[in-house]
Design a binder for this molecule. Structure first.
Ligand code: ATP
Ligand code: MG
Length: 558
């Protein structure tokens, strides 16, 4: 998972190094990645996965996969399955350590009783609205609940009856008895349990009270013997509450460390918003290649090594920022450049006829599979009198600086010959260009010494071309931060109506054997991956990323 690079130094790693040196936790390193199964994982989770699994791996420790499944109405087995698949795909090694907060519901219930007995928790009859209203503000203390001083016996009795299903949803809660005047709002008698007559994807109908995330999380870490409980910054203010619970219970105490969330330009990373895109049919499911989900990125053709390299490049800090989407693409492209075989495909085909090339003649020309990797070898591509070229590689009236094909100009055909344009054939009715006519110079075969030309274009031999469908993606949103919306507007107002374009192209025969997930570089066009729907009789490719590196350019300008 750490791949070849040496692990980047950062403040979390420094804390762990210091803890190992001082013998805290006996030198153990045990982390966890704790998603709530209420959606698919996204690229922000990839950052957290890299940190948690990466640190465990580096220090010979362990990292658990734990589902924080305390909210049955929003959670689902489908999400559990997808999360397991995605973490594995990224290279997170959790062995057989897949745990669930719901595994600990009995223990959490026992501990709640313990807190009641110690006078540290009480059953409160206020509605959630009343709890909110009496909570105070950052500058004003809250008000004590009128039920705060119930006797231990009454609390025990009511809590048991809550568990037994005697009360309707929302009728009562169990609250921690801490301090309604605390400057930290999380310590103002937070709710520990709520009544919810809902079926849980793992515990079924066993429970009708469910622990709040804040009551469950620290104790789950404690049960699993987690040493470093690494989470995002928004939980910093919750740490005193987690510490308070652990201290009252007198149980094993992990160390929580917070880091900055990943935000990406032109992207939403809230599961609630991603769910909205899926449910409203704006995208083709959680794994739509435009989604910032791990499964979407996989389907689009991102490689695990590329995503890991990106996540590693982010580092960790104590302030949230926003990362350029182009930076993600830069790392994806870097990896694909090393690993993807090159092929030739034409996305918007225009017929080119070589008028002096003998009819019926066919040559098999040698093409390099990957200039970055000599071990990838070469292949033969067919060449004949009729070939397909890219529509925009021809221009009848060339603008200044246009060096590709136009009447009278010559270009090199990649791996083949130099051709000179001598004219076009147009549709007599529409005037549309149907064929470009060229002459070739047989003495200029690729690899032989010959004159220089300004431009080389790719092509596909018409007689051997196979049809392909290519799906070209653009950003899903039109603004850098679709999370910043004016009053009364929705992030959907910023949807890019042109985020998907589908074209029917032609490709060299090597692509006929492409299996779903196979990755290629289409020369001059970008990296492409065969879609999960791709079949030999209907090949479908997703454009993963274009070849143009906008991020490196951006960096140069800065
Ligand atoms: P969302 O707000 O999208 O629902 P979440 O934080 O509620 O995300 P969880 O399933 O609770 O999602 O997250 C699992 C782990 O991944 C947590 O430790 C969380 O801090 C981390 N995580 C979630 N989003 C990001 C992000 N954008 N960057 C880094 N880590 C993240
Ligand atoms: Mg959450």
């Amino acid at each position: 998972m750490m791949d070849a690079d040496s692990p980047p130094s950062n403040f979390i790693r420094d804390i762990i190094l210091a803890d190992i040196a001082s013998g805290k936790y006996g030198g153990r390193v045990h982390t966890r990645f704790p998603p709530e199964p209420n959606g698919y994982l996204h690229v922000g989770h990839a950052k957290s996965i890299m940190i948690n699994f990466g640190l465990a791996e580096e220090f010979g420790g362990k990292c658990n996969l734990r589902f924080d499944d305390t909210n049955p109405t929003k959670e689902d087995q489908e999400y559990v399955d997808s999360i397991i698949e995605d973490v594995r795909w990224l290279g997170g090694d959790f062995g057989d350590r897949v745990y669930y907060a719901s595994d600990y519901f009995d223990q959490l219930y026992e501990w709640a009783i313990e807190l009641i007995k110690k006078g540290k928790a009480y059953v409160c009859d206020l509605s959630s609205e009343e709890v909110r209203r009496t909570r105070g503000t950052p500058t004003e203390p809250g008000q004590n609940s009128p039920y705060r001083d119930r006797s231990v016996e009454e609390n025990l009795n009511l809590f048991e009856r809550m568990k037994n299903g005697e009360f309707p949803d929302g009728a009562r809660t169990l609250r921690a008895k801490i301090d309604m005047a605390s400057p930290n709002l999380n310590l103002r008698d937070p709710v520990m349990y709520r009544i919810l007559h809902a079926e849980h994807h793992r515990t079924g109908r066993k429970w009708c009270i469910y622990p709040m995330y804040d009551w469950a999380h620290g104790q789950c870490d404690s049960i699993e013997g987690i040493t470093h409980s690494i989470c995002t910054l928004e939980f910093e203010d919750h740490r005193p509450l987690y510490d308070w619970f652990l201290d009252q219970l007198g149980i094993y105490h992990p160390q929580q460390i917070e880091f900055d969330r990943l935000n990406l330009t032109y992207t939403v990373l809230s599961k609630r918003k991603l769910l909205q895109l899926v449910e409203q049919g704006i995208v083709d499911g959680w794994d739509d290649p435009r989604m910032p989900t791990i499964s979407g990125m996989r389907r689009r053709g991102y490689s695990p090594a590329g995503l890991r390299a990106f996540a590693r490049s982010l580092g960790v800090s104590k302030t949230n920022g926003i990362t350029e989407f182009e930076k993600l693409e830069y790392y994806i492209r870097q990896d694909l450049n090393r690993t993807s075989p090159r092929v030739m495909a034409v996305l918007r085909p225009l017929k080119l006829v070589i008028t002096n090339y003998p009819e019926g003649q066919l040559e098999w020309l040698e093409a390099v599979n990957n200039p970055e990797d000599p071990s990838a070898g070469t292949r033969k591509v067919p060449f004949g009198r009729e070939i397909w070229i890219e529509r925009d590689d021809f221009c009848e009236v060339p603008p200044k600086g246009y060096y590709r094909l136009y009447p009278g100009n010559e270009v090199r055909l990649r791996y083949a010959y130099i051709v000179t344009c001598e004219g076009v054939v147009k549709d007599p009715v529409t005037g549309e260009i149907q064929e470009v006519h060229c002459r070739y110079d047989p003495s200029t075969q690729s690899g032989q010494p010959s004159r220089k030309v300004k431009s080389t274009i790719h092509w596909v031999c018409a007689a051997h071309a196979i049809p392909i469908e290519a799906r070209l993606y653009d950003k899903l949103f039109t603004v850098e931060d679709p999370n910043q919306v004016p009053e009364g507007q929705d992030f959907l107002a910023y949807l890019n109506p042109n985020s998907l374009e589908i074209v029917q192209g032609k490709a060299e025969p090597a692509l006929a054997s492409a299996q779903p997930g196979d990755r290629y570089q289409f020369e001059r066009l970008g990296y492409f991956a065969a879609d999960k729907s791709s079949r030999p009789d209907h090949l479908v490719f997703n454009r993963t990323v274009e070849l143009r590196d906008t991020w490196a350019k951006l960096q140069k300008r800065l």
